[in-house]
Structures are given as C-alpha cells and as structure tokens.
Ligand binder design. Structure first.
Ligand SMILES: Nc1ncnc2c1ncn2[C@@H]1O[C@H](COP(=O)(O)OP(=O)(O)OP(=O)(O)O)[C@@H](O)[C@H]1O
Ligand SMILES: [Mg+2]
Length: 429
C-alpha cells in the first residue's frame, strides 16, 4: 500500500501564515488562489518536511512573524512528521510512539515526486532511461541498440563496397564470342603432329611407288639386253606394270590433310586467351558484387529483426501509461517526443513515470496546473484516482475546481466536495 499525506498543517513558512489541509486520498487536491498568495509555498513546505534539509527554503521563516516555521504532517501509514523549534529540526514519530528519522522517510518518499520539474527538465535521453529503468528493460534495450548500431555500421561499409564492386564489374569488357575456358596449345600441337605423321606415311608410300617404277625401268632395259629371256622378262614386265599401276592408283587416292586452320589457331591463341581471361575476370567481379549485395540484404534483415525485438520488448513491458514508449533513446507519448507534447501531456507523463519510480510513494506535488483546461483537469483527476495516486497541486484560480483557496497565507475557502472528485464546468465559479 503506497503512503499518502492524510493531514497537513503549516505555519510561518515562506508566504504561509497558517494553513491546514486534508488532501483527498486519491486524485487531485488543488490549492487555488491568486498570484503571490502562498500556493507554491505549500508545496515547498511539504518538500522540506518530507525530503530533508536540502529542500529547506532559503528564507524559510515567514517574514512578518517572530515565530519559527512549524510543519506537521500525518502520513497514511501513521507516521507523524514535524518540523518546529528554533532550528526547525525534524521529528518523525511512528504510530507506536517510536522516534524515527529521514532515513525512514526516504523509503517511501520519491525525490522526484517532491520535485517534478527536476524530472521534466531532464534531457530526453535521461527521461527515456528513467522509464526503461522502471520497466526493467533498459539493459536489454541498450544491448539491442548496441547490436543494431554495429550491424548498421557494418551494413554501411558492405553497401559501399557492394556499390564499388558493381561499378568495377560493369566497367569490365566482355567478349561474347570467346570460349568459356582457356585454350591449351598442346592439344592443337598434338593434333598437328598426328597429321604430320600420317603425311609422312603417305610420303613413304609415294616413294615406294617411285621405287617400283625404277624397278620396271630396270627390267625393261634388262628385256632389251636379255632378248633370250624376253618371254620370261615380258611376263615379269607385265606383272611389274600391274603392280606399278595399282600403286599409282592407290597413291592417287591419297589426300594430304591441311594444318592451316590449326596453325591459324595456334597463332591466335594469345588473343583468344586474353579474351577468356577478361571474361573470367568479369564473371568473378560480378560474383563478387552479387556476394556483397547479398551480404547487405542479410544485414538489413538482421537490423529489421533487432528493431522488431526492440518494439516487442517495449510492447511486452509494463509501461506506466498507455502509448508511452521509447524510440531511438527518446521518450515518446502518443508517438510524440517530449518537445512536441502538450504541457498537460508532459505533466501526465511525468506523474506516471515518477509514480512508478517508487510505488511506495503514493503522492506527487504539481505546481502551476493552470496550464490545464477544465476538461483536461477532470480527465487528469480521474486518471490519478484510477491510479490510486494523490496529487497536491497549485493553480492560479479561485474557481470551483480548487479544493482550497489561499489568500495572504491563509486558507479562505474550502470546497467540501473535494474528496469526491467533482467534475467542473468552464465558468462555473
Ligand atoms: N519568508 C517569506 N516571508 C514572506 N514572504 C515571502 C517569503 N518568501 C517568499 N515570500 C513571498 O511569497 C511570494 C511567493 O509565494 P508563493 O510562491 O507561495 O506564491 P504563489 O501563490 O505560488 O504565487 P504564483 O501564483 O505567482 O505562483 C513572493 O511574493 C515572495 O516574495
Ligand atoms: Mg506559485
């Protein structure tokens, strides 16, 4: 059960002469009045009583009085908090009559509840950190943020390399007519050697034909010389003629193959290979570019996943207020950053966050509520009630929305219905 202020008596503090207030337990208690009548002095007094000497006003004693400041606060847990005497020293008494001190108060008094402007004036990042601390996901979110930043930087580098690689690949020349693989000269030389070998064999055969011719001639001469052997030799001659004719005939059918094409290829090989290498280089460059493009896409997916994790983390967290979130390390409410929130939304956001900082602390002090119109004030009051939170607020007004009205350091009017949280209409008072 969070601790609230049940009763409050202040005398001779700053602008206050003597006032007594019993704030409503849940919702708004508005201290109204014209300017300079002592409204803020009430809040300053509460802060001093509960927050310790660092909240002591510089000019604490009411100037027109010779009596030192006196503060008397009864808390809902039964503690009685007093400041009185020459030094306005603190006295804390528990329901059993035991004495206690500031340390006990600190357990349930949230410093920012006494000094909301301190929270409101903190930077956007500090506010976001406070919220993340409350909902307990600060460390996880910071780790995700770090991871995201690293991936983002990596992707940036990869993206630049991918662009360069693509540009480089595009600039390379390509020869669509060149073969896919490098041409080897040894295969062509082997083919050439085989043809030369076959041609050599042909040459042998031709030579043989000429040998047979020589033999025939020799025999013909022998026929002349050896008439007596004419018949026999004639027969031989006839045979030799036959052989000779066969040999010539088969030799006529022989055809030499050309090596011209191969010779051309061999002489062309360097040019072809230059083109093949160029094509291989371009293929590699394109593969490279594609690889980097794919890496970039993979990193984009990882970054998207992390962003989704962050959103999920915040969505799953127990936020003090609907539509309150953290985006890029900044607090947002209804999608707006702090500098874009209305004054009343800022108050609501601050109150909600401070409320969660120390759930033991059931109250918050709010100065200058005149920035809220009556509708917003009603809505804010209902929200406070629903949260079970007590707010003691000041407002430059003497209207019916005020719980009490202060004039010249005294309470001059009290709204009896204050504890039922009335709803007010514009111009009612
Ligand atoms: N010790 C003191 N004795 C008497 N008057 C004081 C003392 N300290 C401050 N004041 C005066 O109190 C007035 C401010 O009081 P306070 O801030 O409580 O008024 P307020 O009702 O909140 O005014 P506003 O509507 O302008 O916010 C100032 O005129 C200031 O000079
Ligand atoms: Mg004031």
């Amino acid at each position: 059960m969070s601790v609230k202020i049940n009763k409050l008596e202040i005398e001779n503090v700053k602008r206050i002469k003597a006032i007594k207030i019993e704030p409503t337990a849940s919702g708004l208690t508005i201290v109204g009045g014209n300017n300079n009548q002592g409204k803020t002095s009430v809040l300053d007094s509460i802060a001093w009583a509960l927050g310790g000497d660092k909240y002591r006003p510089s000019d604490a004693q009411q100037q027109g009085s010779t009596i030192p400041p006196t503060l008397h606060i009864v808390m809902s847990n039964g503690l009685v908090v007093e400041r009185k005497g020459k030094n306005s020293s603190l006295k804390v008494t528990d329901p059993e009559g035991n004495k206690a001190g500031q340390q006990l108060l600190n357990e349930f008094v949230e410093q920012l509840a006494l000094d909301l402007p301190k929270f409101m004036e903190s930077s956007g990042k500090e506010k976001a950190q406070t919220l993340l601390k409350i909902i307990g996901v600060g460390d996880q979110l910071a780790a995700l943020d770090k991871n995201e930043q690293e991936l983002y930087n990596r992707r940036l580098t990869i993206g630049q390399i991918a662009d360069q690689k693509k540009k480089f690949a595009d600039e390379q020349t390509y020869y669509p007519d060149a073969p896919k693989e490098l041409v080897s000269p040894s295969e062509l030389i082997k083919q050439q050697q085989e043809i030369l070998a076959r041609n050599g064999e042909n040459e042998q055969k031709r030579k043989h034909a000429f040998e047979l011719q020589a033999e025939r001639n020799r025999l013909a001469e022998k026929v002349n010389n050896l008439k007596e052997e004419l018949d026999r030799q004639t027969e031989l001659l006839k045979k030799a003629d036959q052989n000779m004719n066969i040999a010539f005939k088969s030799s006529e059918e022989l055809q030499n193959e050309s090596t011209a094409e191969l010779e051309a290829s061999i002489s062309n090989i360097d040019e072809i290979n230059r083109k093949v290498r160029a094509n291989l280089d371009k293929d590699k460059a394109e593969e490279d570019a594609l690889d980097y493009k794919n890496q970039y896409a993979a990193l984009t997916k990882e970054i998207d996943d992390i962003r989704k994790n962050k959103t999920d983390l915040l969505n799953a967290a127990d936020l003090p207020l609907d539509e309150l979130s953290v985006k890029n390390g900044e607090l947002t409410y209804k999608g707006q950053q702090w500098d874009n929130m209305s004054g009343s939304d800022r108050l609501k956001v601050s109150t909600a966050i401070v409320r969660k900082l120390n759930p033991e602390c059931g109250f918050v002090l709010l100065d200058k509520l005149e920035q809220m119109d009556l509708n917003t004030l009603n809505e804010f009051g209902s929200w406070l009630e629903q949260e079970g939170l007590q707010a003691i607020a000041t407002r430059v007004s003497t209207g019916g929305e005020c719980s009490i009205i202060i004039d010249d350091g005294y309470v001059v009017s009290e709204n009896e219905t204050q504890s039922q949280q009335p709803t007010w209409k514009e111009g009612e008072f």
